[in-house]
Design a binder for this molecule. Structure first.
Ligand code: PMP
Length: 1000
């Protein structure tokens, strides 16, 4: 297709309208449109815009077009807006008001009615219109856009294109610099303004390559009236919390063009936003495609058009800066435009197009191997072993994936087991290439295969071609492919005219030799040279240029060593499938973290790893007290399973030793231990003991707490985050007192001391009413609200009142106890009290089901009135060994001290964040039980609930796992494994800082 020409240099420089004052605007509004209004100037690139405020009437926009725009073009814009409003109900767009008539008649113009009034200003005739004013905000700037927002803009583009599909108007076809059909002519005109020769050549080369593709596809690309500039700047939202776009403004670039060009313009405008990479931007293409399916030709043209748009943007930016040096806006925008170009051209077009095809349901092209013979001479298939380096590889247990020579060690092990050749897997997402504490996904998918050899191996040409020797090894070119053999030495090339020139070889000819190592890769000849590793998000795209070399190794008949079938790893797909299966067999009430939860397949210390080998910092798992996959625990449990696992009615050492150790951790007179399997059970048993010991039914609890799911532990749980109807559905024997929250409760700051008096008064009231509580249960440090210390003296006062009336003090240490607070092993130590019954779980088992109740002999004996106590697995040998080993590790690795030191550092760093980000309302907690509370304003302390949820979603993308807590779900509960180090703290703080800076 020939390029549409650019008629004249004039199009590139839009004439600006003359300056107009607010008084001028008010006069025009009155005389030309019959509107009495107060005018306020608004910014615009090309036109003069004024907001017209009209008392109680909604404000409208007076738009005076630049002299380069004809009335026909303006009428076309008005008609297009009317068409969008008609065809896309619910999508906001500023319709033009009828100019005639007085203020009371001012409403949207009838379709086809004239909307433009010609006015006289500064000696020029200009077209004026009054448009509806859309309130809300745009997506301008380079802040983050959430997946929902990105999908939203894609849908919006599709709806606009559908609405305008058959739109025709006299002024709609015009030569225009943003019409991508004219890109080559526009670039010819603009590129000379790019002073930096290297940049100019880069833009030019990228545009040439992109145009070659577009030109081939052009006959198949539908053309229609398009908005022409449907970008982040020109969509609006009405809900500031979601910022999901629901309106489109500024039809000033309305034009005919390729429909898919509209989407390309939209996509390119996303690429400069923080955290919106090519993969994220493709969400908009998928969303567009769902509403307006892209043909294969359109899908293939999409990314080349993104590149062309980026090229025009950068060139145009330079043109403006060169011709209008004072234009600070254009100068600043250059950075965004270069970022768009960088992202658009980050991988070869063929790779990105394969990804576009996959994102729009088209089958991507893949590279196939030709007929071939074996590469490795004299190696029998059974001599070949595979080295597994994926996320679940047993070779990488015990943190070995983090060791620098992990890959070599795995290969050595395979050779030591008798293999002649140990081969890694093509397409495997290697855990050994994954990086802890990184905000970006690693480049860890192997696009080649590496071999470790037990003996030197002769290399044969799998297909005929030309062999050349280079610095890194050999290359065989033939059949449109390059077979690259790094680490190979050439054998004397028979028939080579001169060294380095390359020798023709027949299939099966000896071409070289590998001594101990060889890296093999097959890629398309002529295109870009692929990397050895790519991020998962790009890996499937590389299949357009790279083939799996595994079948070559020992011959076609031998099974491939590839990691799977043709599909490269997609943890995202695996995770989605998993969630769907889970939904089928799980009740809905068993919720999961995150909107799109990754499939987590491994843990190590304070790290979690998903099926793609993405490594996350786990700031959430307080249950995993000593860290994930602790080798000592693994070993101890394995050993005990091999010896014995049975129930505690048998006499075996493990349970006795563990119970003794638990008893030794608490002060006198607590000396008697019950072993159960969870926190809920521990709380349930603790309350039953209290009731048995006192003969009373009534229980006093603290509001907003969670104590468990069993009947009894649930009865005393009133956290609305866990059960919205909690308070209304309490049995009559449960009584509650205010949550003693000094930050957002009824009494704040110094006033918080009043909570104790009120709770004591409630005890007195219950006693006077003849229902004194048999038990008072409370978390000893307010975990469920995000780690808030109870007011000084609170527990001492309430315990005293409860005991005075014959009740029992029950401490729930399930979340906060066991060293996590750093300063104190138990939360009750912080309050300077000793409870009568302690319930503990979670941390004590490091994730193994283990709970315990520790109390006095006397209270324990009261259980007798209830019968026997027996829990089949509670205190089993394996559970007991788990419990003892966890304690050993906490002591020997100094984890409580680590919680104090690193937790203190963590708290300081969070407080620093609070100095810079107003959303941070407070930093709570101690040690490794911290809470970062988000508020909309610090005076009213309005909880930032939706923001907190969105922040957690974005933090996941940045490799940090954390969740909200509290009744308002506005506190990040930070309770990592207690082995967390400063590097992890820094990673957490950097990620939160980035999110608070660039948005969520
Ligand atoms: N008490 C508290 C304070 C808790 O946080 C929890 C669990 N979130 C429980 C009890 C119940 O523990 P489990 O889930 O082990 O039954």
């Amino acid at each position: 297709m020939p390029t549409l020409p650019l008629p004249s240099e004039l199009e590139l420089v839009q004439p600006t309208p003359p300056e107009l004052s607010a008084a001028d605007a008010e006069r025009i509004a009155r005389d030309a449109f019959g509107l009495r209004a107060t005018a306020r100037a608004l910014g615009s690139h090309q036109d003069r815009n004024f907001l017209l405020e009209r008392g109680d009437e909604p404000p409208v926009l007076l738009k005076i077009a630049n002299p380069g725009t004809t009335s026909a073009e303006l009428e076309a814009q008005s008609a297009a807006a009317a068409r969008i409003a008609e065809r896309a109900p619910g999508l906001r767009t500023p319709r033009s008001l009828a100019p005639a008539g007085a203020a009371e008649a001012a409403g949207a113009a009838e379709p086809g009615a004239a909307t433009v009034r010609e006015i006289e200003a500064g000696g020029q005739r200009l077209g004026a219109r009054v448009l509806e004013f859309l309130d809300g905000g745009t997506l301008s700037g380079s802040g983050h856009l959430s997946p929902a927002v990105v999908r939203g803009i894609g849908e919006l583009a599709a709806r606009v294109d559908l609405a305008l599909a058959d739109f025709e108007a006299p002024g709609v076809e015009r030569p225009h610099q943003w019409d991508l059909r004219r890109a080559p002519a526009v670039l010819d005109a603009l590129l000379p303004y790019v002073g930096d020769a290297a940049l100019r050549e880069r833009i030019s080369a990228a545009a040439r390559e992109a145009w070659a593709v577009v030109e081939r596809l052009a006959p198949e690309l539908p053309v229609q009236a398009v908005h022409g500039d449907l970008t982040d700047d020109n969509v609006v939202w009405s809900d500031p919390l979601t910022r999901r776009p629901d309106g489109v403004i500024d039809l000033g670039d309305l034009n005919r063009g390729w429909t898919v060009g509209e989407l390309a313009i939209t996509l390119s405008s996303l690429l400069h936003h923080d955290g919106v990479d090519r993969r994220a931007a493709l969400r908009a293409a998928t969303a567009y495609h769902r509403l307006r399916p892209l043909s294969r030709a359109e899908a293939e043209a999409l990314w080349p058009l993104v590149v062309l748009r980026a090229a025009v943007l950068v060139a145009s930016g330079h043109h403006v800066v060169a011709t209008d040096p004072g234009n600070a806006y254009a100068a600043e925008n250059l950075g965004h435009e270069l970022a768009i170009l960088g992202a658009a051209t980050a991988v070869p077009l063929a790779v990105q197009t394969a990804l576009v095809l996959a994102a729009t349901g088209h089958e991507p092209e893949t590279l196939a191997l030709p007929a071939h013979g074996p590469l490795l001479g004299g190696v029998r298939p059974e001599e070949l072993a595979h080295v597994e380096l994926g996320t679940t590889s047993p070779a990488l247990h015990g943190g070995r994936w983090l060791e620098p020579d992990a890959e070599a060690a795995a290969a050595r092990a395979a050779l030591a087991a008798g293999a002649a050749v140990a081969a890694t897997r093509f397409g495997e997402a290697r855990l050994t290439r994954s990086t802890p504490f990184a905000q970006e996904a690693p480049a860890n998918v192997a696009l080649g295969v590496e071999l470790a050899l037990a003996r030197p191996v002769e290399l044969l040409a799998p297909w005929p071609g030309i062999v050349t020797a280079g610095e890194d090894g050999l290359e065989l070119r033939g059949d449109g492919l390059v077979l690259r053999l790094d680490g190979a030495e050439a054998s004397a090339p028979a028939g080579a005219a001169e060294p380095g020139a390359g020798a023709h070889v027949a299939r099966g000819a000896a071409i070289g030799r590998a001594e101990a190592q060889l890296a093999v890769r097959v890629h398309r000849d002529g295109g870009a040279t692929p990397p050895w590793f790519a991020p998962v998000a790009d890996a499937a795209g590389w299949l357009a240029l790279v083939a799996d070399p595994s079948p070559l190794l020992v011959g076609a008949e031998h099974a491939s060593t590839s990691a799977g079938d043709a599909a490269l790893p997609s943890g995202t797909r695996a995770a989605r499938e998993l969630i769907a299966r889970r939904d089928a067999v799980f009740a809905e009430v068993q919720e999961y973290y995150f909107e799109e939860p990754p499939a987590i397949v491994r843990g190590w210390r304070e790290l979690l790893v998903d099926a793609d080998g993405r490594v996350y910092l786990d700031a959430l798992n307080n249950v995993t007290s000593i860290g994930h996959a602790h080798p000592r625990l693994v070993e101890a449990v394995t050993e005990q399973w091999q010896l014995l696992n049975t129930n505690s009615r048998f006499n075996y050492p493990a349970v006795v030793e563990y119970a003794e150790r638990l008893a030794s951790l608490v002060p006198d007179p607590l000396d008697t231990v019950f072993l159960v399997n969870s926190g809920s059970e521990a709380v349930d048993l603790a309350l039953r003991l209290a009731r048995a010991a006192t003969g009373r039914r009534d229980i006093l609890a603290v509001r907003e707490a969670y104590h468990g799911w069993t009947d009894l532990s649930d009865a005393v749980s009133t956290s609305v985050a866990d059960n919205p109807g909690a308070l209304a559905s309490r049995p009559d024997w449960v009584h509650t007192v205010d949550a003693p929250n000094p930050f957002r409760g009824r009494h704040r700051g110094a006033e918080a001391s009043r909570y104790a008096g009120e709770a004591v008064a409630e005890v007195e009231r219950l006693a006077a009413a003849g229902t004194p509580p048999g038990a008072f249960i409370a978390e000893t440090y307010y975990g469920n609200a995000g780690g808030i210390a109870l007011p000084d003296g609170y527990l001492a006062a309430v315990y005293e009142a409860v005991r005075r009336h014959g009740g029992v003090a029950v401490a729930d240490e399930v979340q906060v106890g066991y060293g996590r607070l750093g300063e104190w092993f138990w939360g009750f130590e912080q309050q300077g009290v000793v409870p009568d019954v302690v319930a503990v779980a979670k941390a004590i088992g490091n994730g193994h089901p283990l709970g315990a109740v520790i109390t006095t002999k006397e209270i324990a004996a009261a259980y007798r009135s209830q019968g026997y106590f027996f829990s089949s697995a509670g205190g089993s040998p394996v559970s007991s060994v788990v419990g003892s080993t966890v304690l050993d590790v906490i002591r020997e690795e100094g984890l409580q001290q680590n919680a104090r030191e690193v937790g203190g550092y963590f708290r300081d760093r969070l407080a620093e964040l609070g100095e810079r980000h107003p959303l941070v309302g407070a930093v709570h907690g101690s040690g490794f039980y911290l809470g970062l509370e988000f508020v909309r304003d610090r005076d009213r302390f309005e909880p930032a609930t939706e923001e907190t949820a969105a922040i957690c979603e974005r933090l996941l993308e940045l490799g940090v796992i954390v969740q909200p807590t509290g009744d308002h779900q506005n506190v990040l509960k930070i309770k990592p494994p207690m082995c967390l180090g400063r590097e992890g703290v820094d990673a957490f703080v950097a990620a939160v800082d980035r999110v608070l800076t660039t948005g969520w």
